[in-house]
Design a protein around this ligand. Structure first.
Ligand code: ADP
Ligand code: MG
Length: 231
């Protein structure tokens, strides 16, 4: 089943007289259960693409379908609803709120999603346990290592039970050991059936996932579908 589809997506940033063609006719499909790695050098358009996939931004031209509804022309409020319900986002710099505990950070999207308090706390605990932080729930971000903060961000990304998780350079701010732990968690989530899209400039990460999308200068250079699924 297709969870998301892009059709001829273009993104042009206008800065005064200058136009930056960040995405040029991007078309591809994300299927349920995919673990897609989008690889490309710095400036190739990866973050722009992920923001469009995550409904944080709209294409200049082209269509974006989530579960067969066209989302790029939806009004802002409707788009925010889709984003909240369908998409979990993980950033390079974790983006946790520093005055909240790990548990409270994971609860936050469920507060916006109107999940009742008891259910919310239960789920937040379960997700923190899933990422191996059952013993760190009351810690503030500054009391956690980078890898642990990113694991809180993953638990937060899972909180609203999204149709898919998007991660922008999720290991970019981590040492290699913590980075590997994050990738192990992603693999576990994918084994559980979660659909994942991870963006990276690091070609060694082409070994993960079941599809590799290589982008260069805003265009898809190649899409590789691995024969044996996940490695
Ligand atoms: P990547 O994540 O692969 O490094 P980006 O998507 O961040 O690439 O950027 C792609 C291109 O679009 C770059 O040339 C970048 O300078 C430009 N760009 C990104 N965001 C903006 C913006 N908000 N305004 C203008 N240009 C932008
Ligand atoms: Mg980027």
């Amino acid at each position: 089943m297709s969870v998301m589809k892009l059709e001829d997506v273009k993104k042009i940033y206008k800065m005064g007289e200058i136009e930056v063609h960040a995405l040029r006719d991007i078309s591809f499909e994300i299927e349920d259960g995919d673990y897609i790695v989008i690889v490309g050098p710095s400036g190739s358009g990866k973050s722009t693409l992920l923001q469009i996939l995550g409904c944080l931004d709209r294409p200049t031209l082209g269509n974006v379908y989530i579960e067969n509804s066209e989302v790029s022309s939806m009004p802002d409020k409707k788009l925010a609803e889709v984003r909240n319900k369908k998409i979990g986002f993980i950033f390079q710099k974790f983006n946790l709120l520093s005055h909240l505990s790990a548990l409270e950070n994971v609860e936050l999207p469920m507060i916006y999603g109107n999940v009742p308090t008891k259910e919310r706390k239960k789920r937040a605990k379960e997700y923190l346990e899933l990422v191996g932080l059952g013993d760190r729930m009351d810690h503030k971000p500054t009391e956690l290592s980078g890898g642990q903060q990113q694991r809180v961000a993953i638990a937060r990304g899972l909180a609203n039970e999204p149709a898919f998780l998007l991660a922008d350079e999720p290991t970019g701010n981590l040492d290699s050991k913590s980075g590997k732990e994050i990738l192990q968690i992603f693999q576990k989530l994918n084994d559980m059936g979660k659909t994942l899209v991870v963006v990276t400039h690091d070609p060694t990460m082409e070994s993960i996932g079941n599809k590799v999308v290589r982008i260069l200068d805003g265009a898809i250079e190649s899409i590789e579908v691995k024969k044996n699924g996940n490695t």
